[in-house]
Each structure stands twice: as structure tokens, then as C-alpha cells.
Design a protein around this ligand. Structure first.
Ligand code: BES
Ligand code: MN
Ligand code: ZN
Length: 501
């Protein structure tokens, strides 16, 4: 779908979307369409529950006295207090209404003077956010559909967002587009089935980021063995696919040797559970158990694409967790790169084993300002938070607060959980420095985080448990069903607010 910025004039053909503020207050564009149609919009306000409240929308088909196909009325609510994600939702709702409707081209003209006057966003940013919301909503993963009928393909080919500040809006959109490119990359990776995307092929996708100026290193099993990564390697040893560690470096800081920020991802390209095998029902979901690694990869693409003024490191541990004759057994003891030994009591608690070595390696080699890791780590976080918030665990209040605030701003919300030494006794092993699961049924997500904390060596660190937010079964205005890309915009916003320049 081609989404672009254009002038503010109302179109005379195709579809048009305009805003109505709360209590039925027409924006200038809506007022002029109301007039052109002999009062059709006022009539809708009288005869339906559409009042212009935030989140509402309603369509007028084949409006009289015009050559338009349809008019979409978008509720703005209190126009003066709209946030950037509210604006993005307008673009998303428009794509939702038109994408498969038969409409081929459309234009959004939101010209509320309250919005313009009060918006904390810079000139042009209002329309840029509407446009990026539309683009985020337009994502599809249909490369494996070879027999789609025309009526099942999107009809909408072209969408314009009109504004008098077109030049400024285009400039703002260019930058947002780079971040959306990163989100799309993450969604693509997460959507791929595990026979296509496995450690080697995912590392090849990362290698492609070198065209954005990112330095990409790929470590194989021999190199990881030399480094002593027995924890990560144990997870992959039951798979025919070789494990990989991918290190991505983006150097965008003005000061070349500025201390980097670091992002670390769990990349289990398929999680059968290993010998502690999972039940059959729903196991297909475990193709997206590389979601954390997918976010790190998309984030690196976003930062490099928009030329962020920061030095950033992305490290992802790629393994396939399979049961076979070579697989690791419950009770095995492995030695991690940190030197700490781990009794593997449950081979399905494998993400923490991968991260143990990836985190240790990252702090040891790069001495970063902070590390944020992302992982589809525990089912327990889904029980606690569902799909509205991801779990946040951190040893550093400043980093945690910054993450919480960035998440709110981009609608990728986090909820902080505690870490406390009293949970540690649950990780005691009679034979090794620790075991990889707790003893009882309680606090599964916290115990997993306590485990990770043993491998961060007191570097400011946060762990995002994204098991509940990586894949969505209910579409939101700017997030279609499937891979969400949750985390890319959040961490881009974190960097933008605090770590550039
Ligand atoms: N990848 C799973 C967690 C998961 C579950 C992600 C559902 C997304 C949806 C993880 O490797 C896992 O299996 N965790 C176990 C840990 C347990 C064995 C301590 C879990 O949550 O059951
Ligand atoms: Mn598992
Ligand atoms: Zn897993």
C-alpha cells in the first residue's frame, strides 16, 4: 500500500476520512462535506450512536451530490488532548475500514484547529503520525498464500494524508517510516515458520543489516564452545540445526568511542520443550519463541535506518530446542560462560539458559551503559498480565522508570515486577551453583528473572518478558493479528529520549 502526504484539499473521488470531535463538533473538512452532501453528516449524528467520541467511526456510502465512494467519520474525542498514539489509531482505523472494502484510493483530512493549536507535536507531526498508524495497520504476511482470490486481497492501493504543512509532515514521516521498517522486519521474522527460519537462516537475515551500516558477526558452535558457552549450547545440542550467536554493532554516536547501549534477545527458533516435551496442542506457537531476538534485530534496523545518534549493540542467541538422541537430559549439569554451573531440571526452561550466556558475553565484551533483554520467557507472565502489558524486571530504578515512560508513550506498555534475594533460595541445587527452575508453582516469571540476574554482573539491566505480547490473536488499530513487533518502538523511544547526542 502506498501511503503518502499530500496537500489539504478534499478529494472529489474515491474515499475520504474526516474528523468529528466530541459532542458532534465538526472539523472544517467535515463541515464542508456536510454542506456538499446536503447535511448527511449531521443526519448521521442524529440517527446513530456516533457522537465523535474517541475510538468511534462510521461510514456514509455513496454520499449524495458527490462523486465520492464513501465518507469515513473518525471520532476524535477531545481533539485538544490527543496523543501521538491516538493519531496513529486514526490512520489504523481508516486502513481497517477501507483495506478490504473495495475502495482503491482514499485520503484522510484531519484539520481540527483545536488539535493544531494544542498539539505538543511539531508542525507536520500530526499527519505524519496518522500516516504511520495507517502503515503499521497495513502490514500483512501473505507470502505463502499462492491462490488468493482478488476479493481476498486488499483493495486499497493508495492512501494520502492531507495537510497544509506537507513538507514538514514528509520529513517527520521519513523518520517514522524507518522505525516502521524495523517493526515490519520483526513481524516478518516472528511470522516465519520454523522450517524456514532457524538459527542459520535467521543469522543470514541479520547479515543483511550490513547494508544499513551495521557490523554483523556470526559465531558458530565451535566459537561458542571456545568461549565456554555451555549453557546456550546445551539447549541446541538436540537439534540438527547448528546454534548461532549474532552480534550486531551500530556506531552512530558523534563521539566514536561513546559507551554503547546493549540489547539482548532470546532466539529459540522453535521450542518443543526438549526432553521435557510440551503437549501437542498449541505447540505451533513456539515458532515465535525467537520473538526477543526478532525485536533486537528490528530495533537495530530502526536505529541504523533513522541514523540514531547512539552506539548500540544487539546480541541474539539462536537455538532450536529439540528432543533427540543427543538432546540434553533433565538432571544434566552445564557450565556457563560466567563459570557458574547449572543443573538443568527442566529442558523446557531453556530461554534463561540461552540468555545466561548471551547476557554474560554482552557485558563482558562491550561494558555497556545498560543491557535490556527481551524474551518470550514464561507462560506465567501471560497468566499475570495477558496481552496488555509486558513484564518488566530491573536492577535499576532509573532504567526501569525510563522504560515504563517510553512504553506508555508508544502504547507498548510495561508493568514492573519485583526482584528480591528471598526468591533465590528457590534456585538452590544440591549438585550445582543453581538449577534452572524454581521448586514450587509460584512466581514463575520472577524466578526466571532472578535466574537471569545472576548473569548480568551488576550492569544496569532490565528484562522484558514479552511472552504475552509478541503474538496477537485480536487486532488493534495499528497492530494486525499475528506478530506484533512489540518492543521495537518502545526501545527506539527509550534511545531517542535519553541516549542520543
Ligand atoms: N517459550 C516458553 C514460554 C512461553 C509460553 C512463551 C507460552 C510464549 C507462550 C518457555 O521456554 C517455557 O517453556 N517456559 C516454561 C518454564 C517452566 C518450565 C519453568 C513455562 O513457562 O511453562
Ligand atoms: Mn520452553
Ligand atoms: Zn521457550
Amino acid at each position: 500500500m502506498d501511503i503518502s502526504i499530500s496537500g489539504a484539499a478534499l478529494p472529489t473521488r474515491g474515499a475520504v476520512a474526516v474528523g468529528v470531535a466530541k459532542d458532534g463538533k465538526l472539523t472544517p473538512a467535515a463541515a464542508s462535506l456536510n454542506e456538499a452532501t446536503g447535511g448527511a453528516i449531521r443526519q448521521v449524528l442524529k440517527s446513530s450512536r456516533f457522537t465523535g467520541a474517541a475510538g468511534q467511526s462510521i461510514e456514509i456510502l455513496a454520499p449524495a451530490n458527490t462523486k465520492l465512494d464513501r465518507i469515513l467519520l473518525l471520532g476524535l474525542g477531545d481533539a485538544a488532548s490527543m496523543t501521538m498514539t491516538d493519531l496513529e489509531a486514526l490512520g489504523g482505523r481508516t486502513v481497517g475500514a477501507w483495506s478490504g472494502s473495495g475502495v482503491k484510493s482514499g485520503k484522510i483530512v484531519i484539520d481540527d484547529p483545536d488539535l493544531a493549536a494544542s498539539s505538543k507535536l511539531s508542525k507536520g507531526a500530526v499527519q505524519a503520525h496518522i500516516a504511520i498508524g495507517a502503515r503499521l495497520a497495513s502490514y500483512r504476511f501473505d507470502k505463502y498464500h499462492t491462490r488468493l482470490k482478488d476479493e481476498d486481497k486488499p483493495s486499497l492501493g493508495e492512501l494520502q494524508v492531507g495537510t497544509r504543512a506537507a513538507a514538514a509532515a514528509r520529513e517527520a514521516l521519513d523518520e517514522l517510516d524507518k522505525v516502521a521498517d524495523g517493526v515490519f522486519l520483526t513481524r516478518d521474522l516472528v511470522s516465519e515458520p520454523a522450517n524456514i527460519l532457524y538459527p542459520q537462516t535467521m543469522s543470514e537475515r541479520c547479515q543483511e543489516l550490513s547494508k544499513l551500516g551495521i557490523k554483523v558477526e556470526i559465531l558458530g558452535e565451535a566459537q561458542m564452545k571456545k568461549l565456554g558457552m555451555g549453557s546456550l549450547l546445551g539447549v541446541g545440542q538436540g537439534s540438527d540445526r547448528e546454534s548461532r550467536l549474532v552480534v550486531m554493532q551500530y556506531s552512530g554516536a558523534k563521539k566514536k568511542d561513546a559507551q554503547p547501549v546493549a540489547f539482548v534477545g532470546k532466539g529459540v527458533t522453535f521450542d518443543t520443550g526438549g526432553i521435557s516435551i510440551k503437549p501437542a496442542a498449541g505447540m505451533e506457537d513456539m515458532k515465535w519463541d525467537m520473538g526477543g531476538a526478532g525485536v533486537v534485530t528490528g530495533l537495530m534496523a530502526a536505529l541504523a535506518g533513522r541514523g540514531a545518534n547512539v552506539n548500540a549493540i544487539g546480541v541474539i542467541g539462536l537455538v532450536e530446542n529439540m528432543p533427540d538422541g543427543k538432546a540434553q537430559r533433565p538432571g544434566d549439569v552445564v557450565t556457563s560462560m560466567s563459570g557458574q554451573t547449572i543443573e538443568v531440571l527442566n529442558t523446557d526452561a531453556e530461554g534463561r539458559l540461552v540468555l545466561a550466556d548471551a547476557l554474560w558475553y554482552t557485558q563482558d565484551r562491550f561494558k555497556p551503559q545498560f543491557m535490556v533483554n527481551l524474551a518470550t520467557l514464561t507462560g506465567a507472565i501471560i497468566v499475570a498480565l495477558g496481552s496488555e502489558h509486558a513484564g518488566l524486571f530491573s536492577n535499576n530504578d532509573e532504567l526501569a522508570d525510563r522504560l515504563l515512560a517510553a512504553g506508555k508513550a508508544v502504547e507498548e506498555k510495561l508493568w514492573r515486577f519485583p526482584l528480591h534475594k528471598n526468591y533465590d533460595k528457590d534456585l538452590k541445587s544440591p549438585i550445582a551453583d543453581m538449577k534452572n527452575i524454581g521448586g514450587g508453582r509460584g512466581a514463575g516469571s520472577i524466578i526466571a528473572a532472578q535466574f537471569l540476574q545472576r548473569f548480568v554482573n551488576d550492569v544496569p539491566w532490565a528484562h522484558l518478558d514479552i511472552a504475552g505480547v509478541t503474538w496477537s490473536s485480536a487486532a488493534k488499530p495499528t497492530v494486525p493479528k499475528g506478530g506484533t513487533g512489540f518492543g521495537v518502538r518502545l526501545l527506539d523511544e527509550l534511545v531517542r529520549r535519553h541516549y542520543e547526542g
